[in-house]
Design a protein around this ligand. Structure first.
Ligand code: GLC
Length: 463
C-alpha cells in the first residue's frame, strides 16, 4: 500500500508543536508494518538541504493556482522524505507559520505535492493529510477520477485555516458563498476523519470543543475515529537516556533521585531528594491551563512543601508570573523560560508529579513522557489525558484527574497526589505501573493501517 503523508512540520526537519513529533514518528512506524509511506513537507528556509544531504528529485515544475502558475521544485532527503520548494512562499521564510498568506502558501503546498506525485507516476492508494495546512489536498482529490482513499487527521480544532471568500478559487471553486475554512473542507471531503484520542473524537462533536465545526463532525460521526498518539520510546527511555546525569528504570529508582538533586542544584532549589517536585513542561498559554497554575502558586506555598519547576515559553504575562514567583520563592520555585531539550529531559526525570491542567488537549505527549520517567500526572479530564492517564481511584491507576476547569478542582487533585507521595510503597507501585505502560507507536500504527484500508474501500479502490 502506498501512502502520501502530508504535514506542515515533522521532526527532525521542523518542529513547532506535537504535530511535528507525530509526523516524524508515525511514518516510520507505518513503514515497519510494510507500508510504503512518502512524507512531504514544505521546504522552509530553516530546513537546510545540506544538513540532510538532500538532492533535487524533480526540477522546476509548474503548479496551477487559480489563473496563475507557480514554479516549484522537489527535494528528497532519502527515498521517503520529500520537500516542496518555492522560494517566495517557503524558501525565503524561515518560520513555518504566522504569515498573512498562510492559506495561499499551504494550498500551494498541497497542490505541489499532488502534482509531484502525478508527474513522477507514483500514485498513492491513500492520501493522509494532517491539520488544516494540508487539508486542501483532501478537498482537491475529492472529485478526482479513480481517486485515492482520503484520510484527514485533526490535531487541534483551534486552528482551522479560516480565510476570506476570495481564497476559494485556489481550490478551483468559483461559485462559493461565505468564507473558506480549509479544515471544514477536509472534514467534509475525507473518507475517514481521525483525531488523536478517542475522548477528543467525542468532545469535538460538542459545542465547547468543536470551535464551530461540531455540527459537521456530528454528521460525520460514523466516519470519525480517535487513535491515541505514541511517543518515541527510543529517545524517551530513562534507562538509556544519554542526556540524564543518572539513568534509571522501574527496578532501579536511585537514578531518579539523583536527577532530582541535580535539577535542584542547577536551578537553585533547596536540595532535598524527599521534597515532592512538581514539574511542568509546556507552552505557556491558555490551552494548556497555565492560568490555573499561576493562580494556585500562593496556595501551594502555604499548604505544601512541594517544589515547582516550569519549563516553557508563551504569553508574557505567564512567563513573568513564573519569573516573579522564582524571585520571591527561589528555594521552591524555579523556571526556565524558553525551550531547552536537555533541560526538558532533566525535568521529566526529576519530577515526582507532572502537572498538566489543560483546558483542552487533543492527545498530549508530555504526560506520556512523564509517566515513562516515573512522574505521576495530575491532569484535567479532557481529550487524550483521559485516555492515557487512569486515575488512582481505579485499580490500575497512575495519576490524578479533575473535571472542572478551575483552580479549586486542580488544587484538590494536587493535594491528593501530595498526600499519596508520602505513602512510599503505594507511590512506588504506581510509579512502576506508570513506567511500564506501553506508549510505543506500534499499536496506533496498526490502527492507522486499518483506517487506510477502510478509506480505500470507501473510495472503491482495490488494493
Ligand atoms: C496538538 C495537540 C496535542 C497533540 C498534538 C499531536 O499539538 O494540541 O494535544 O498531542 O497535536 O497530535
Amino acid at each position: 500500500m502506498k501512502v502520501l503523508f502530508l504535514a506542515a512540520e515533522a521532526t527532525p526537519y521542523v518542529k513547532v508543536g506535537g504535530l511535528g513529533d507525530v509526523a516524524g514518528a508515525l511514518p516510520q512506524a507505518l513503514r515497519r508494518l510494510g507500508i510504503d509511506v512518502k512524507l512531504m513537507l514544505p521546504r522552509y528556509g530553516s530546513i537546510d538541504p545540506g544538513r540532510y544531504a538532500m538532492t533535487v528529485a524533480m526540477h522546476d515544475f509548474p503548479v496551477y493556482m487559480d489563473w496563475r502558475q507557480e514554479r516549484c521544485q522537489l527535494w528528497a532527503a532519502n527515498n521517503t522524505d520529500f520537500f516542496v520548494e518555492n522560494s517566495h512562499f517557503f524558501g525565503s521564510r524561515s518560520s513555518a507559520y504566522g504569515h498573512d498568506d498562510d492559506p495561499e502558501r499551504f494550498v500551494l503546498f498541497a497542490r505541489a505535492a499532488l502534482e509531484a506525485c502525478r508527474l513522477s507516476g507514483w500514485h498513492p492508494d491513500v492520501i493522509h493529510a494532517h491539520d488544516w495546512h494540508s487539508a486542501a489536498a483532501i478537498r482537491l482529490q475529492w472529485s478526482a477520477p479513480n481517486r485515492a482513499g482520503l484520510v484527514f487527521t485533526i490535531h487541534n480544532m483551534a486552528h482551522q485555516g479560516l480565510c476570506s471568500n476570495n481564497n476559494w478559487p485556489l481550490l478551483g471553486v468559483y461559485d462559493a458563498h461565505g468564507n473558506l475554512n480549509l479544515m471544514e473542507q477536509a472534514i467534509y471531503a475525507a473518507d475517514v476523519v481521525t483525531t488523536v484520542s478517542p475522548t477528543y473524537a467525542h468532545e469535538i462533536q460538542r459545542r465547547e470543543y468543536g470551535f464551530g465545526l461540531d455540527g459537521l463532525l456530528r454528521q460525520r460521526d460514523q466516519r470519525l475515529v480517535g487513535i491515541v498518539n505514541g511517543i518515541d520510546t527510543e529517545i524517551w527511555n530513562p534507562a538509556t537516556d544519554p542526556i540524564l546525569p543518572a539513568r534509571f528504570d522501574r527496578h532501579h529508582l536511585e537514578g531518579k533521585r539523583k536527577c532530582k538533586m541535580e535539577l535542584q542544584r542547577r536551578q537553585g532549589l533547596r536540595v532535598d531528594p524527599d521534597a515532592p517536585l512538581i514539574g511542568v513542561v509546556s507552552r505557556l498559554d491558555d490551552q494548556m491551563g497555565i492560568r490555573l497554575i499561576v493562580e494556585s502558586l500562593g496556595d501551594l506555598w502555604a499548604f505544601s512543601n512541594a517544589q515547582f519547576m516550569v519549563l516553557g515559553s508563551g504569553h508574557d504575562a505567564y512567563e513573568n508570573a513564573f519569573r516573579s514567583a522564582s524571585h520571591y520563592h527561589g528555594d521552591r520555585m524555579a523556571n526556565w523560560i524558553g525551550f531547552n531539550n536537555e533541560m526538558s529531559h532533566l525535568v521529566y526525570a526529576a519530577s515526582d508529579i507532572f502537572l498538566m491542567p489543560s483546558n483542552f488537549e487533543p492527545c498530549g505527549i508530555s504526560q506520556m513522557i512523564a509517566m515513562r520517567y516515573g512522574g505521576l500526572p495530575v491532569v484535567r479530564s479532557t481529550g487524550g489525558l483521559v485516555d492515557t492517564v487512569p486515575d488512582r481511584s481505579q485499580p490500575d491507576g497512575v495519576g490524578y484527574r479533575f473535571d472542572n476547569y478551575d483552580k479549586g478542582a486542580m488544587l484538590h487533585a494536587l493535594s491528593r497526589a501530595l498526600r499519596d507521595y508520602y505513602d512510599k510503597p503505594a507511590w512506588n507501585q504506581a510509579m512502576q505501573r506508570a513506567m511500564t505502560r506501553d506508549f510505543s507507536w506500534g499499536t496506533s500504527a496498526r490502527r492507522y493501517a486499518e483506517v487506510y484500508k477502510w478509506s480505500c474501500q470507501l473510495a472503491h479502490r482495490h488494493l
